[in-house]
Design a protein around this ligand. Structure first.
Ligand code: ZN
Length: 189
């Protein structure tokens, strides 16, 4: 009797450790430099994607998975200051902190994409709902869904509901330096 109780406690402890460990790995990556922008569409085999992504990134990006609501990435997202969000699959610039807002939905939310050319919208009829799927235009990775007309007090009445694990955050000021504007010469005309 006692033995089985002890075994049960050990099992519970093991599960707790495993869960904590798994959650720790399910974070949004942060980099201090903007990744290079892909010059062409990014195509990889399943094996190559598995090798280049974390298991959770692979599950969400490549198998249209959804991270749990209010996950570690959502907490990170809420704490992040200004910066830019890039695709964890291929580095394409996707979102800007200028467009982020607190929708209280449990997933990172933006009212616009930083460049509409970089996201593909596709009708998704899975789970008995008609939704708009948001994909990275360069690697076709699943990012989340787009909802419109929900009445949020944002400049655009739409909500890009994005899985944080599909993003790489580069804080503002740590981006690669932008090309300096030509200094105006004041001597002579
Ligand atoms: Zn991508």
């Amino acid at each position: 009797m006692k033995k089985s109780l002890f075994a049960l406690m050990l099992l519970a402890l093991g599960l707790l450790v495993a869960k904590t460990f798994a959650e720790e790995k399910q974070v949004m990556q942060t980099k201090d430099q903007a990744p290079p922008q892909p010059a062409a569409k990014v195509e990889k085999t399943e094996a190559e994607w598995k090798a280049s992504l974390t298991p959770e990134q692979y599950r969400v990006l490549r198998t249209a998975g959804t991270e749990p609501a209010n996950s570690a990435t959502y907490k990170q997202f809420k704490e992040q200051k200004g910066g830019t969000y890039y695709c964890a699959g291929c580095g394409t610039e996707l979102f800007s902190s200028d467009h982020k807002f607190d929708s209280h939905c449990g997933w990172p939310s933006f009212f616009d994409a930083s460049n509409n050319k970089n996201v593909t919208l596709k009708q998704d009829v899975s789970l008995g709902m008609v939704r708009t799927e948001v994909l990275c235009a360069n690697c076709n990775g699943h990012l989340g869904h787009l909802f419109q007309g929900e009445g949020f007090n944002t400049p655009k009445d739409q909500r890009y509901c994005i899985n944080g694990v599909t993003l790489v955050f580069v804080p503002a000021g740590e981006k690669k330096p932008e090309t300096k504007p030509e200094e105006k010469k004041t001597d002579g005309k």
